[in-house]
Design a binder for this molecule. Structure first.
Ligand SMILES: [Zn+2]
Length: 443
């Protein structure tokens, strides 16, 4: 962090003295200084879009503001200078008191690019692979998806779609604008095809028996339009929709603040997702949380009937609003706690690295002061090796690079992977302390 970081309060821009860390300069709980972007901090301010994209109520209530975080947080750069010049954007979170939806009301979709350089796959983690396999089997068994037509929107490298098709003998079509020919990893023998086309209502054919959109909806500027397109893709009778997205209630309750990333314009909660899916013409079959509580999911089926909201919908939304305001207040304390963790890790010139070069790491490195003293970021995805983190410019190395030059401390971005990392480095003979960037349920 440099002294060029800025914090904004009440619409006014204020200089923040940053070297002392955010605990010293956070002006109020909801204001945090971010970024090392120099002149680029002076980008034009867009009007905030305060109308709720789910229920249409407004204005939504703002509760947290970060300025100057890299917008393409999942795109690593080939050189350090390019990484440090990555486009910055603002994140202003607001909550809808009526339906519990949370949005980045400063979101500017024109700043984002999704192309083949967008590499957000979690596929390399055995834990995530196991989760995907279990999910595929559950959908196949519960809805008898065998010998059927399956569509996945945001299919990435195609691994999940391949699983669905292989395990159920289905035919699958995957849509992903970041798809590049030869880039997919279909399971051998799986009957799948891929398109780099953006999925919309024109693409939809109303023939799919199962439509999946995993970790997609949070990126979509107009989620209701997207859900209606998915509705148009599905068989009217007995077709099934599966959608999952990060659970904003989990994120806020667990203070998992590193999941705040620019590409996520929407942060879903159960009442907001239920309402959205209902308004798009679906009946909710099941809604719940999965992947250690981190994801919110919904199974739904097309319905012609208007969907009544449950009686407790407004109290649920009220609880979300309260949680959001508390989250805004506690955010600064979390950042300060992580500043101290980094400082301890690098004290006395000890070598410390971060583990996980995903979007969470980009937020962590760009928000927490003092992270420039971390040597590198380790990632198991070989495609990321030799690349640089947008904003801060940290180099990305592979786990095997740790053997030659072992660190004293490894800070793991996602606590859910800590044990996995601990056994992986122990097996490689690296004796480093492995700590989580933030404990589950603890700031
Ligand atoms: Zn709303």
């Amino acid at each position: 962090m440099s002294d060029s970081s800025r914090a904004r309060a009440g619409g006014q821009e204020a200089e923040a003295v940053n070297d002392a860390g955010p605990g010293a300069n956070v002006l109020s709980s909801a204001v945090v200084a971010v970024a090392e972007q120099g002149e680029q901090s002076h980008h034009a301010t867009r009007p905030l879009r305060l109308r709720c994209p789910v229920c249409g109520s407004g204005p939504m209530r703002t509760f947290l503001e970060l300025t100057g975080i890299p917008v393409n947080c999942s795109v690593l750069l080939a050189s350090r200078p390019a990484a440090r010049e990555a486009t910055p954007g603002d994140l202003t979170l607001a909550v809808c008191d009526t339906c519990g939806m949370i949005r980045n009301v400063a979101f500017d979709p024109s700043l984002l690019v999704y192309d083949p350089s967008y590499d957000n796959t979690l596929h390399f983690s055995p834990l995530f692979q196991a989760f995907s396999a279990e999910l595929a089997q559950r959908l196949i068994d519960r809805y008898d998806i065998r010998g059927r037509e399956v569509v996945e929107v945001g299919s990435g490298k195609g691994d999940f779609l391949s699983l669905l098709c292989e395990l159920g003998g289905n035919h699958g079509v995957g849509y992903d604008p970041s798809y590049a020919e030869g880039d997919a990893w279909p399971v051998p023998g799986a009957d799948v095809e891929f398109s780099a086309q953006l999925f919309d209502a024109d693409t939809a054919r109303g023939t799919a028996d199962l439509v999946c959109a995993r970790q997609v909806l949070e990126h979509i500027d107009e989620p209701l339009t997207m859900l209606r397109s998915l509705r148009a893709a599905i068989h009217d009778h007995g077709g099934v929709l599966y959608v999952d997205a990060p659970d904003a209630s989990y994120l806020m309750g667990a203070l998992d603040v590193w999941d705040l990333v620019y590409p996520h314009c929407s942060y879903f909660t159960a009442p907001a997702l239920r309402r959205l899916v209902g308004d798009a013409g679906f009946e909710v079959l099941e809604i719940g949380s999965t992947f250690g509580g981190q994801f919110l999911f919904v199974d739904a089926t097309p319905s012609d009937q208007p969907v009544a909201q449950p009686d407790d919908a407004s109290s649920e939304a009220g609880a979300v609003s309260e949680l959001a305001v508390q989250f805004g207040e506690r955010f600064a304390a979390v950042v300060e706690g992580r500043r101290q963790l980094v400082e301890r890790a690098v004290a006395d010139d000890r070598r410390a690295v971060l583990w996980g070069a995903g979007a969470k790491a980009v937020t962590f490195l760009n928000v927490v002061p003092g992270t420039s003293r971390l040597d590198a970021v380790v990632d198991v995805n070989p495609r990321k090796r030799g690349m640089f983190v947008p904003g801060t410019g940290h180099p990305v190395i592979a786990p095997e690079d740790l053997v030659a030059d072992p660190p004293e401390t490894i800070i793991v971005m996602n606590p859910i992977y800590r044990d996995e990392v601990r056994s992986m480095v122990a097996a490689a003979g690296v004796r480093a302390e492995v700590v989580a960037a933030n404990e589950e349920g603890q700031p």
